[in-house]
Design a binder for this molecule. Sequence first.
Ligand code: MTE
Length: 315
Amino acid sequence: MPNLIFRPDWHLPESRVTPERAYRNRRKFLRELGLTGGGLLAASGLLESDVHAADARQLYPAKRNIAFSPDLPLSKEKVFTTYNNFYEFGTDKEAVHQRVDKFVTAPWPVKIHGLCEKPVTLDAQELAAEFGLEERVYRFRCVEAWSAIVPWTGFELRKLLEKVQPKAGAKFVKFVTAFRPEQMPGVARLRGYPWPYTEGLTLGEAMHPLTMLATGVYGKPLPKQNGAPIRLVVPWKYGFKSGKSLVEIELTDKQPKTLWETLSPEEYPFEANVDPAIPHARWSQATERVVDSGDRIRTLPLNGYAAQLSALYKK
Ligand code: MTE
């Protein structure tokens, strides 16, 4: 007879247990508010999402990892957080941040599945607590030829992929982002787009130490317009590869179809490595406009990360 195990209703798998650090932070926050007694949270009028937000703030600012942070002048926070590409909220970059109010970003389960031994669903905040956060200063280069220098807070995607143990057949990683038309006022005007916004990397690119899942920027949790609560950051690729507000990460054996590649494969190819020698179909990629100063500077191959990537792209 098979060895059946009957779980009680309240059973939670190990993977769903709140990491100790996150749990302690939550207790501390509630204690500070005098809310540790039964039912007091409800009585206080505080929402679960308020507690989540307070928990999240406890993890910031994270220590900067100098090894990954060249000494570059940061773009102004005010500029980088109010000049956004997030088409689900509209195509006017300077208006996105005014249109995100209805977007609910906690709690936020992220499903990691596909060709792996140990698929798991974890809340974005649990991920941040489990893998530990650090700050890294990366160059950011949009395909539209503007750029910024950004202090991201997050962790290497590699750590999460190692946790779920990719199977031998896994060759690519697909990233699916949130699609909630009722909370995203830009979607209504772009009905023909192949939503949700989906992106992809080869497994080698996803496992590279430069590739991050970011949960914060400028020493704070990510603002909604920059991809709260969790987004991808791949500093040597054009910014459109960095999907925002991720809900699913899937290991697969086939190159995933991405939103931009489906719309215009010549302009937004899957690989999308920053390359000043290959012009976009409608403009040169040889230079870039620095987003806050307006200065025009030369674009570097692989956005300045060629040395770190030589093993990945060796011919
Ligand atoms: N992710 C989603 N879900 N929707 C988007 O429209 N735009 C991409 C990328 N991720 C986008 C997205 C593009 S084109 C860029 S340049 C960056 O997000 C912009 O990130 P930022 O607004 O934080 O600078």
